[in-house]
Design a binder for this molecule. Structure first.
Ligand SMILES: NC(=O)c1ccc[n+]([C@@H]2O[C@H](COP(=O)([O-])OP(=O)(O)OC[C@H]3O[C@@H](n4cnc5c(N)ncnc54)[C@H](OP(=O)(O)O)[C@@H]3O)[C@@H](O)[C@H]2O)c1
Length: 353
Protein backbone atom coordinates (compact mmCIF):
# COMPACT_ATOMS: atom_id res chain seq x y z
CA UNK A 1 0.00 0.00 0.00
CA UNK A 2 1.28 3.43 -0.99
CA UNK A 3 0.86 5.94 1.87
CA UNK A 4 0.08 9.56 0.95
CA UNK A 5 0.68 11.79 4.00
CA UNK A 6 -1.70 14.76 3.84
CA UNK A 7 -1.41 18.17 5.52
CA UNK A 8 -4.71 20.06 5.19
CA UNK A 9 -5.23 23.72 6.03
CA UNK A 10 -8.82 25.02 5.95
CA UNK A 11 -11.74 22.96 7.23
CA UNK A 12 -14.62 25.11 5.96
CA UNK A 13 -17.11 24.12 3.27
CA UNK A 14 -14.55 22.62 0.89
CA UNK A 15 -12.00 21.29 3.41
CA UNK A 16 -14.69 19.74 5.65
CA UNK A 17 -16.42 18.07 2.69
CA UNK A 18 -13.07 16.81 1.42
CA UNK A 19 -12.38 15.12 4.77
CA UNK A 20 -15.80 13.44 4.65
CA UNK A 21 -15.24 12.27 1.07
CA UNK A 22 -11.80 10.87 1.89
CA UNK A 23 -13.14 9.05 4.97
CA UNK A 24 -15.91 7.50 2.85
CA UNK A 25 -13.52 6.42 0.10
CA UNK A 26 -10.89 4.86 2.37
CA UNK A 27 -11.66 1.22 1.69
CA UNK A 28 -12.12 1.70 -2.07
CA UNK A 29 -8.75 3.47 -2.33
CA UNK A 30 -7.02 0.68 -0.43
CA UNK A 31 -8.71 -2.19 -2.29
CA UNK A 32 -8.67 -0.86 -5.85
CA UNK A 33 -5.68 1.48 -5.90
CA UNK A 34 -3.54 0.36 -2.96
CA UNK A 35 -3.42 3.93 -1.64
CA UNK A 36 -3.86 5.09 1.93
CA UNK A 37 -4.27 8.80 2.57
CA UNK A 38 -2.92 9.47 6.04
CA UNK A 39 -4.03 12.79 7.53
CA UNK A 40 -0.90 13.92 9.41
CA UNK A 41 -1.60 17.65 9.78
CA UNK A 42 -4.79 19.69 10.05
CA UNK A 43 -5.39 23.39 10.74
CA UNK A 44 -7.99 26.10 10.56
CA UNK A 45 -7.51 29.69 11.69
CA UNK A 46 -7.93 28.74 15.37
CA UNK A 47 -6.39 25.31 15.93
CA UNK A 48 -3.81 22.99 14.46
CA UNK A 49 -2.96 19.35 15.00
CA UNK A 50 0.14 17.57 13.74
CA UNK A 51 0.49 13.82 14.25
CA UNK A 52 2.63 11.48 12.13
CA UNK A 53 0.65 8.52 13.48
CA UNK A 54 -2.45 9.89 11.73
CA UNK A 55 -5.50 11.98 12.66
CA UNK A 56 -8.77 10.01 12.35
CA UNK A 57 -10.68 11.46 9.39
CA UNK A 58 -14.07 10.52 10.78
CA UNK A 59 -13.34 12.38 14.03
CA UNK A 60 -11.24 15.21 12.67
CA UNK A 61 -13.19 17.98 14.36
CA UNK A 62 -12.65 16.70 17.91
CA UNK A 63 -8.99 15.99 17.12
CA UNK A 64 -8.45 19.47 15.73
CA UNK A 65 -10.10 21.17 18.68
CA UNK A 66 -7.85 19.24 21.05
CA UNK A 67 -4.83 20.64 19.19
CA UNK A 68 -2.61 23.65 19.68
CA UNK A 69 -3.31 27.29 18.77
CA UNK A 70 -3.02 27.64 15.00
CA UNK A 71 0.35 28.92 13.81
CA UNK A 72 1.11 28.54 10.13
CA UNK A 73 4.88 29.07 10.44
CA UNK A 74 5.18 26.23 12.97
CA UNK A 75 2.85 24.02 10.92
CA UNK A 76 5.04 24.47 7.82
CA UNK A 77 8.30 24.01 9.75
CA UNK A 78 7.11 20.75 11.33
CA UNK A 79 5.85 19.53 7.94
CA UNK A 80 9.15 20.35 6.23
CA UNK A 81 11.30 18.73 8.87
CA UNK A 82 9.20 15.53 8.95
CA UNK A 83 10.33 14.82 5.34
CA UNK A 84 7.58 12.26 4.78
CA UNK A 85 7.82 10.73 1.30
CA UNK A 86 4.92 11.58 -1.08
CA UNK A 87 3.63 14.25 1.33
CA UNK A 88 0.99 16.66 0.04
CA UNK A 89 0.00 20.08 1.40
CA UNK A 90 -3.59 21.04 0.61
CA UNK A 91 -4.69 24.65 1.06
CA UNK A 92 -8.50 24.89 1.36
CA UNK A 93 -8.53 28.53 2.49
CA UNK A 94 -8.89 31.75 0.50
CA UNK A 95 -5.96 33.19 2.44
CA UNK A 96 -3.02 35.13 0.98
CA UNK A 97 -0.81 34.20 3.92
CA UNK A 98 -1.28 30.47 3.32
CA UNK A 99 -0.73 30.92 -0.44
CA UNK A 100 2.48 32.86 0.25
CA UNK A 101 4.03 29.62 1.58
CA UNK A 102 3.72 27.52 -1.58
CA UNK A 103 7.23 28.20 -2.87
CA UNK A 104 9.01 27.08 0.29
CA UNK A 105 6.74 24.02 0.55
CA UNK A 106 7.38 22.99 -3.06
CA UNK A 107 11.11 23.62 -2.56
CA UNK A 108 10.98 20.97 0.19
CA UNK A 109 9.61 18.54 -2.41
CA UNK A 110 6.14 18.53 -0.87
CA UNK A 111 3.26 18.62 -3.39
CA UNK A 112 0.79 21.53 -3.20
CA UNK A 113 -2.91 21.15 -4.09
CA UNK A 114 -5.36 24.01 -3.81
CA UNK A 115 -8.69 25.54 -4.84
CA UNK A 116 -7.34 28.94 -3.61
CA UNK A 117 -6.88 31.38 -6.52
CA UNK A 118 -4.63 33.82 -4.68
CA UNK A 119 -1.21 32.52 -5.74
CA UNK A 120 -1.89 32.05 -9.45
CA UNK A 121 -3.75 35.30 -9.88
CA UNK A 122 -0.95 37.41 -8.39
CA UNK A 123 1.78 38.83 -10.60
CA UNK A 124 2.87 37.01 -13.74
CA UNK A 125 6.36 36.86 -12.28
CA UNK A 126 5.05 34.93 -9.28
CA UNK A 127 2.99 32.61 -11.48
CA UNK A 128 6.10 31.78 -13.56
CA UNK A 129 8.25 31.37 -10.48
CA UNK A 130 5.80 28.93 -8.85
CA UNK A 131 5.74 26.80 -12.00
CA UNK A 132 9.55 26.85 -12.12
CA UNK A 133 9.92 25.93 -8.43
CA UNK A 134 7.50 23.01 -8.89
CA UNK A 135 9.37 21.87 -12.02
CA UNK A 136 12.79 22.07 -10.37
CA UNK A 137 11.73 20.36 -7.15
CA UNK A 138 9.80 17.61 -8.90
CA UNK A 139 6.85 18.21 -6.55
CA UNK A 140 3.37 18.43 -8.07
CA UNK A 141 1.53 21.78 -7.96
CA UNK A 142 -2.14 21.27 -8.83
CA UNK A 143 -4.98 23.80 -8.82
CA UNK A 144 -7.65 22.46 -11.22
CA UNK A 145 -10.44 23.67 -8.91
CA UNK A 146 -9.40 27.34 -9.01
CA UNK A 147 -11.48 27.73 -12.20
CA UNK A 148 -14.89 26.08 -12.67
CA UNK A 149 -14.56 24.17 -9.34
CA UNK A 150 -14.73 20.44 -10.17
CA UNK A 151 -15.13 20.96 -13.94
CA UNK A 152 -12.12 19.83 -15.98
CA UNK A 153 -10.79 23.07 -17.44
CA UNK A 154 -7.16 23.69 -16.54
CA UNK A 155 -6.04 20.10 -17.25
CA UNK A 156 -7.55 19.99 -20.75
CA UNK A 157 -6.12 23.43 -21.67
CA UNK A 158 -2.71 22.40 -20.40
CA UNK A 159 -2.84 19.13 -22.37
CA UNK A 160 -3.89 20.98 -25.52
CA UNK A 161 -1.07 23.53 -25.24
CA UNK A 162 1.64 21.01 -24.34
CA UNK A 163 0.69 18.75 -27.24
CA UNK A 164 1.11 21.61 -29.72
CA UNK A 165 -2.39 23.05 -30.06
CA UNK A 166 -2.79 26.82 -30.04
CA UNK A 167 -5.61 28.48 -28.10
CA UNK A 168 -7.36 30.99 -30.34
CA UNK A 169 -10.13 32.09 -28.00
CA UNK A 170 -11.71 31.14 -24.69
CA UNK A 171 -15.12 32.44 -23.74
CA UNK A 172 -16.36 31.63 -20.29
CA UNK A 173 -19.25 32.22 -17.90
CA UNK A 174 -17.38 31.78 -14.64
CA UNK A 175 -19.68 33.05 -11.92
CA UNK A 176 -22.49 30.88 -10.61
CA UNK A 177 -24.10 33.78 -8.76
CA UNK A 178 -24.04 36.15 -11.76
CA UNK A 179 -25.35 33.34 -13.99
CA UNK A 180 -28.19 32.69 -11.56
CA UNK A 181 -29.10 36.39 -11.49
CA UNK A 182 -28.97 37.04 -15.25
CA UNK A 183 -30.70 33.83 -16.31
CA UNK A 184 -33.43 34.40 -13.71
CA UNK A 185 -34.41 37.85 -15.03
CA UNK A 186 -38.09 38.00 -16.00
CA UNK A 187 -40.88 40.58 -16.09
CA UNK A 188 -41.77 39.70 -12.49
CA UNK A 189 -38.22 38.99 -11.25
CA UNK A 190 -36.09 42.09 -11.00
CA UNK A 191 -32.31 42.29 -10.88
CA UNK A 192 -32.22 43.44 -7.25
CA UNK A 193 -34.70 40.72 -6.18
CA UNK A 194 -32.50 38.11 -7.85
CA UNK A 195 -29.38 39.44 -6.11
CA UNK A 196 -31.23 39.06 -2.79
CA UNK A 197 -32.37 35.54 -3.75
CA UNK A 198 -28.85 34.50 -4.80
CA UNK A 199 -27.54 35.81 -1.50
CA UNK A 200 -30.21 33.92 0.46
CA UNK A 201 -29.38 30.68 -1.40
CA UNK A 202 -25.72 31.12 -0.45
CA UNK A 203 -24.60 31.63 -4.08
CA UNK A 204 -22.96 34.97 -3.25
CA UNK A 205 -20.44 36.12 -0.69
CA UNK A 206 -22.07 37.69 2.40
CA UNK A 207 -21.53 41.06 0.70
CA UNK A 208 -22.89 40.47 -2.85
CA UNK A 209 -20.73 43.30 -4.19
CA UNK A 210 -17.84 40.83 -4.07
CA UNK A 211 -19.60 38.76 -6.73
CA UNK A 212 -20.90 41.65 -8.81
CA UNK A 213 -17.56 43.50 -8.95
CA UNK A 214 -16.20 40.85 -11.38
CA UNK A 215 -12.88 40.72 -9.50
CA UNK A 216 -13.34 37.01 -8.81
CA UNK A 217 -14.23 36.37 -12.46
CA UNK A 218 -11.15 38.37 -13.51
CA UNK A 219 -8.91 36.22 -11.30
CA UNK A 220 -10.25 33.08 -12.98
CA UNK A 221 -9.90 34.61 -16.46
CA UNK A 222 -6.32 35.53 -15.59
CA UNK A 223 -5.54 31.91 -14.67
CA UNK A 224 -7.17 30.64 -17.89
CA UNK A 225 -5.16 33.11 -20.00
CA UNK A 226 -1.91 32.14 -18.30
CA UNK A 227 -2.59 28.41 -18.71
CA UNK A 228 -3.24 29.14 -22.39
CA UNK A 229 0.30 30.47 -22.75
CA UNK A 230 -0.37 34.22 -22.43
CA UNK A 231 1.17 36.56 -19.86
CA UNK A 232 -1.44 39.09 -18.71
CA UNK A 233 -1.43 40.94 -15.40
CA UNK A 234 -4.65 41.52 -13.45
CA UNK A 235 -4.75 45.20 -14.54
CA UNK A 236 -4.69 44.16 -18.22
CA UNK A 237 -8.16 42.62 -18.02
CA UNK A 238 -10.75 45.04 -19.40
CA UNK A 239 -13.74 44.75 -17.07
CA UNK A 240 -17.05 46.20 -18.19
CA UNK A 241 -18.74 46.05 -14.79
CA UNK A 242 -22.13 44.43 -14.46
CA UNK A 243 -23.05 47.09 -11.92
CA UNK A 244 -21.79 50.70 -12.14
CA UNK A 245 -18.60 51.22 -10.15
CA UNK A 246 -20.04 54.12 -8.14
CA UNK A 247 -22.52 51.79 -6.48
CA UNK A 248 -19.72 49.96 -4.79
CA UNK A 249 -19.11 53.08 -2.76
CA UNK A 250 -22.46 52.56 -0.97
CA UNK A 251 -21.54 52.47 2.70
CA UNK A 252 -23.49 49.36 3.64
CA UNK A 253 -24.97 46.34 1.91
CA UNK A 254 -28.43 47.80 2.63
CA UNK A 255 -27.48 51.08 0.84
CA UNK A 256 -26.18 49.01 -2.06
CA UNK A 257 -29.54 47.23 -2.42
CA UNK A 258 -31.33 50.58 -2.43
CA UNK A 259 -29.06 51.79 -5.25
CA UNK A 260 -29.62 48.50 -7.06
CA UNK A 261 -33.42 48.82 -6.90
CA UNK A 262 -33.23 52.20 -8.63
CA UNK A 263 -31.62 50.48 -11.63
CA UNK A 264 -34.01 47.53 -11.94
CA UNK A 265 -35.74 49.26 -14.87
CA UNK A 266 -32.42 49.48 -16.78
CA UNK A 267 -31.83 45.74 -16.52
CA UNK A 268 -35.45 45.04 -17.44
CA UNK A 269 -35.06 47.20 -20.57
CA UNK A 270 -31.90 45.30 -21.54
CA UNK A 271 -33.63 41.97 -20.96
CA UNK A 272 -36.65 42.95 -23.08
CA UNK A 273 -34.41 44.25 -25.90
CA UNK A 274 -32.44 40.99 -25.89
CA UNK A 275 -35.65 38.92 -25.77
CA UNK A 276 -36.98 40.77 -28.84
CA UNK A 277 -34.01 39.32 -30.71
CA UNK A 278 -34.52 35.83 -29.20
CA UNK A 279 -31.47 36.34 -26.97
CA UNK A 280 -30.60 36.17 -23.27
CA UNK A 281 -28.20 38.30 -21.25
CA UNK A 282 -24.93 36.64 -20.21
CA UNK A 283 -21.80 37.91 -18.49
CA UNK A 284 -18.83 36.45 -20.33
CA UNK A 285 -15.05 36.59 -19.91
CA UNK A 286 -13.18 36.39 -23.22
CA UNK A 287 -9.50 35.59 -23.72
CA UNK A 288 -8.61 36.70 -27.20
CA UNK A 289 -6.02 35.12 -29.50
CA UNK A 290 -3.58 37.98 -28.88
CA UNK A 291 -3.63 37.28 -25.15
CA UNK A 292 -5.82 40.24 -24.20
CA UNK A 293 -8.82 39.55 -21.97
CA UNK A 294 -12.13 41.26 -21.32
CA UNK A 295 -15.28 40.72 -19.28
CA UNK A 296 -18.61 42.11 -20.41
CA UNK A 297 -22.34 41.55 -20.67
CA UNK A 298 -23.54 40.25 -24.01
CA UNK A 299 -26.69 39.04 -25.70
CA UNK A 300 -26.54 35.33 -26.46
CA UNK A 301 -28.90 34.50 -29.33
CA UNK A 302 -29.73 31.19 -31.06
CA UNK A 303 -26.51 29.47 -32.15
CA UNK A 304 -24.45 31.08 -29.38
CA UNK A 305 -23.33 28.35 -26.94
CA UNK A 306 -24.19 30.63 -24.02
CA UNK A 307 -27.84 30.72 -25.15
CA UNK A 308 -28.43 27.31 -23.56
CA UNK A 309 -26.75 28.17 -20.26
CA UNK A 310 -29.04 28.47 -17.27
CA UNK A 311 -28.99 28.93 -13.53
CA UNK A 312 -25.67 28.99 -11.69
CA UNK A 313 -23.85 26.70 -14.17
CA UNK A 314 -20.46 27.67 -15.59
CA UNK A 315 -19.60 27.25 -19.26
CA UNK A 316 -16.15 27.37 -20.84
CA UNK A 317 -15.93 27.43 -24.63
CA UNK A 318 -12.44 26.79 -26.01
CA UNK A 319 -11.58 27.49 -29.64
CA UNK A 320 -8.16 26.31 -30.76
CA UNK A 321 -6.40 25.36 -33.97
CA UNK A 322 -7.54 21.76 -33.50
CA UNK A 323 -10.98 22.71 -32.15
CA UNK A 324 -11.53 25.43 -34.74
CA UNK A 325 -14.73 24.29 -36.48
CA UNK A 326 -16.57 23.28 -33.34
CA UNK A 327 -15.14 24.47 -30.03
CA UNK A 328 -14.56 22.31 -26.99
CA UNK A 329 -17.32 23.07 -24.47
CA UNK A 330 -17.26 22.31 -20.75
CA UNK A 331 -20.45 23.00 -18.81
CA UNK A 332 -21.82 22.22 -15.37
CA UNK A 333 -21.87 23.40 -11.77
CA UNK A 334 -18.91 25.71 -11.24
CA UNK A 335 -19.23 25.98 -7.45
CA UNK A 336 -20.47 23.99 -4.48
CA UNK A 337 -18.64 22.13 -1.75
CA UNK A 338 -19.30 18.60 -3.10
CA UNK A 339 -17.96 19.14 -6.61
CA UNK A 340 -15.10 21.38 -5.49
CA UNK A 341 -13.95 18.94 -2.80
CA UNK A 342 -14.17 16.09 -5.33
CA UNK A 343 -11.90 18.02 -7.70
CA UNK A 344 -9.42 18.71 -4.88
CA UNK A 345 -9.56 15.02 -3.91
CA UNK A 346 -8.72 14.01 -7.50
CA UNK A 347 -5.85 16.54 -7.60
CA UNK A 348 -4.45 15.05 -4.36
CA UNK A 349 -4.54 11.55 -5.86
CA UNK A 350 -2.92 12.84 -9.08
CA UNK A 351 0.11 13.95 -7.08
CA UNK A 352 1.06 10.25 -6.96
CA UNK A 353 -0.96 8.53 -9.72
N1 LIG B 1 -17.11 26.84 -1.92
C1 LIG B 1 -17.01 26.68 -3.23
O1 LIG B 1 -17.97 26.35 -3.92
C2 LIG B 1 -15.67 26.89 -3.91
C3 LIG B 1 -15.56 26.63 -5.29
C4 LIG B 1 -14.30 26.80 -5.91
C5 LIG B 1 -13.22 27.22 -5.17
N2 LIG B 1 -13.38 27.50 -3.82
C6 LIG B 1 -12.22 27.96 -3.08
O2 LIG B 1 -11.95 27.04 -2.03
C7 LIG B 1 -11.35 27.73 -0.93
C8 LIG B 1 -12.12 27.38 0.34
O3 LIG B 1 -13.48 27.78 0.16
P1 LIG B 1 -14.60 27.48 1.28
O4 LIG B 1 -15.92 27.77 0.63
O5 LIG B 1 -14.35 26.14 1.87
O6 LIG B 1 -14.27 28.62 2.35
P2 LIG B 1 -14.71 28.67 3.90
O7 LIG B 1 -15.89 27.80 4.16
O8 LIG B 1 -14.77 30.12 4.23
O9 LIG B 1 -13.48 27.99 4.68
C9 LIG B 1 -12.23 28.59 4.77
C10 LIG B 1 -11.39 27.83 5.79
O10 LIG B 1 -10.08 28.40 5.79
C11 LIG B 1 -9.66 28.60 7.13
N3 LIG B 1 -8.67 29.67 7.16
C12 LIG B 1 -8.79 30.93 6.69
N4 LIG B 1 -7.64 31.61 6.85
C13 LIG B 1 -6.76 30.75 7.42
C14 LIG B 1 -5.41 30.85 7.85
N5 LIG B 1 -4.73 31.97 7.69
N6 LIG B 1 -4.83 29.75 8.41
C15 LIG B 1 -5.51 28.60 8.57
N7 LIG B 1 -6.80 28.45 8.18
C16 LIG B 1 -7.42 29.50 7.62
C17 LIG B 1 -10.94 28.92 7.86
O11 LIG B 1 -10.73 28.72 9.25
P3 LIG B 1 -11.86 29.18 10.35
O12 LIG B 1 -13.01 28.26 10.15
O13 LIG B 1 -11.15 28.97 11.64
O14 LIG B 1 -12.13 30.62 10.03
C18 LIG B 1 -11.88 27.90 7.23
O15 LIG B 1 -11.72 26.64 7.85
C19 LIG B 1 -11.37 29.22 -1.30
O16 LIG B 1 -10.13 29.60 -1.84
C20 LIG B 1 -12.45 29.29 -2.38
O17 LIG B 1 -12.26 30.37 -3.28
C21 LIG B 1 -14.56 27.33 -3.18
Amino acid sequence: VQVLPLYLVGTGLVGGTLLDQMAGQRRELADRHSIRIELVGLADSRFMKLDNAGIPMDRWRESLESGAKSDLATFVDVMKSARLPYACFCDCTASDSVASRYEEILESSIAVVTPNKKANSGSMERYRNLAAVARNSGAAYRYETTVGAGLPVIGPIRDMVSSGDRIMRIEAALSGSVGFILSGLAADRSFSALVREASKKGFTEPDPREDLSARDIARKALILARESGFSPEFEDIAIDPLVPGAWFEARSVADFYTALEREDATYERKRVEAASRGAFLRYVATIHGDGSASISMREAGQGDPFHALSGPDNMIVITSERYRERPLVVQGPGAGAEVTAAGVFADILHTII
